[in-house]
Design a binder for this molecule. Structure first.
Ligand SMILES: [Zn+2]
Length: 73
């Protein structure tokens, strides 16, 4: 997980978390996908061969600003 940054808008401390993604049956962590979204009638979106990284998002407790990182693992 990236080092917790200070808010770039107001300078307050931020808290680490993630943006929730959801399917019909379970919860997952949101991912960054390389390129523009291409729809698929089978899976919703075509992801094959795309660079993918789980997203860590920090939230400022004072102003609510979100700062996201999609690091390589
Ligand atoms: Zn802030």
């Amino acid at each position: 997980m990236p080092h917790t940054p200070d808010c770039s808008k107001c300078g307050s401390s931020m808290a680490a978390g993630f943006v929730l993604d959801q399917t019909d049956s379970f919860y997952v962590v949101g991912k960054w996908i390389a390129g523009a979204p291409v729809k698929s009638i089978w899976t919703g979106l075509k992801l094959r061969g795309r660079d993918q990284h789980e997203i860590t998002t920090f939230r400022c407790g004072r102003c609510g600003f979100l700062e996201s990182y999609a690091l390589s693992t």
